[in-house]
Design a protein around this ligand. Structure first.
Ligand code: PLP
Length: 405
């Protein structure tokens, strides 16, 4: 079988829209174009019914109630609304927020904004695998803490946080718990009830839905979470997010969640097998390679977890450093394989990734890192092509830069 080039292996940055998702969206881009807020005619009613169905699908994907889902433009907005909105609404209770140093910039920069408003923020350091545990959260919470925000899974090294344990600590201490669930939603188990999550940001384009649409889960009871809106206007989404709803995008998001839930386990097995093949192939052909982030779990021949093995890393994630090679040069050399160095948004700045720094990867190895993001459409043939391309490029670069060895 010939491999179609270029190969896309950067599914943490974004994913292609699934054909079934596009099909579900099409009528709402053409015939059924109504505004979901139009109450006086059938065009509006039809759009509203479609949004209601998507709200149900998204809620079901995280075991929430549809009333607790607020549609947004994506997770950057969701993170901002959750963090700024909750901290400001509970300001009279306290002015302290707890987060982690490996969070996405949408969370870190929202926390920096709170600092400018007089809040204090604790940035917890992870262990060498990128994990922050519940004991560290417990220790960081004080009398004036109003919010803990920690991600479900990391976008660079795939580390999965023990959200159930962290949520239990927050609940016990009476502190709100927000999670940026973007990378894990639809890929690993996520349950706002079991994990005692009060606020959760998700986005469609990481799970084969369209770009520019996301949702914020806002707990409705026990406790009922209050938020100060950041957009003001028509009072859509229970007044928490004014702005005309992106009906086709929302319909696509709902369908994407439904498909991900139905296929999650099969897909995880497929991705674990491809990742194992990729790592083994690279290790067999290239020397001085290190894995950044958690070790890969032991798996069975069909890709399921071996007995006793724990999933501590997103199934499609692999982050490697190639000693003596510049990551940017490696990216350039890998013309036919789309991967990224560090995270897509920071790689332009050529700063070593804040995540790799936080887990203690030295600067030279952080600069020599590549993030592989395997996804639904990837095949074993594409992985084999990638192994060959990586091996050839690393070899060539090492010959060109012997001084770095
Ligand atoms: N949070 C995480 C962990 C992400 O990986 C991303 C995407 O890069 C975002 C937030 C931002 O999401 P969006 O692109 O929907 O604004």
């Amino acid at each position: 079988m010939t491999v179609k080039l270029p190969i896309y292996m950067d599914h943490h940055a974004t994913t292609p829209v699934d054909a079934r998702v596009l099909e579900a969206m099409m009528p709402y881009l053409t015939r059924a174009f109504g505004n979901a807020a139009s109450r006086s005619h059938v065009f509006g009613w039809e759009a509203e019914a479609a949004v209601d169905e998507a709200r149900r699908q998204v809620a079901e994907g995280m075991h929430a109630s549809p009333k607790e889902i607020i549609f947004t433009s994506g997770a950057t907005e969701g993170d901002n609304l959750a963090i700024l909105g909750a901290a400001r609404a509970y300001r009279s209770k306290g002015n302290h927020v707890v987060t982690g140093s490996t969070e996405h910039h949408a969370v870190l920069d929202s926390c920096h904004e709170l600092e400018r408003e007089g809040f204090e923020v604790t940035y917890l350091a992870p262990d060498r695998t990128g994990r922050i545990d519940a004991a560290a959260v417990r220790e960081a919470i004080g009398d004036r803490t109003v919010l803990v925000t920690l991600m479900l899974a990391n976008n660079e090294i795939g580390t999965i946080h023990p959200l159930g344990e962290i949520g239990a600590v927050c609940r016990e201490k009476g502190v709100l718990f927000h999670t940026d669930a973007v990378q894990g939603f639809g890929k690993i188990p996520f349950d706002v009830e079991q994990m005692s999550v009060d606020l959760a940001s998700v986005t469609a384009h990481k799970l084969y839905g369209p770009k520019g649409v996301g949702a914020l889960y806002v707990r409705g009871r026990k406790p009922r979470v209050r938020l100060e809106p950041i957009f003001h206007g028509g009072g859509h989404e229970r007044g928490l997010r004014s702005g005309t709803l992106n009906v086709p995008g929302i319909v696509g998001f709902g369908k994407a969640v439904e498909i991900s839930m139905a296929e999650r386990e099969d897909e995880a097995r497929h991705l674990r097998l491809l990742r194992r093949r990729l790592l083994d192939g690279i290790l067999a052909e290239v020397s001085d390679v290190s894995v950044n982030g958690p070790p890969l779990p032991r798996i069975e021949a069909d890709g399921s977890l071996a007995p006793g093995a724990e999933e501590r890393r997103l199934p499609g994630n692999l982050n490697l450093s190639f000693a003596g090679v510049e990551g940017e040069a490696l990216l350039m050399g890998l013309k036919n394989v789309a991967v990224s160095s560090g995270s897509a948004c920071t790689s332009a700045s050529l700063q070593p990734s804040h995540v790799l720094k936080a887990i203690g990867v030295p600067d030279d190895l952080a600069h020599a890192s590549i993030r592989f993001g395997l996804g639904r459409p990837n095949t074993a043939e594409e992985v084999d092509f990638t192994i060959g391309a990586v091996a050839a490029t690393v070899k060539r670069l090492r010959e060109l830069m012997p001084a770095m060895r």
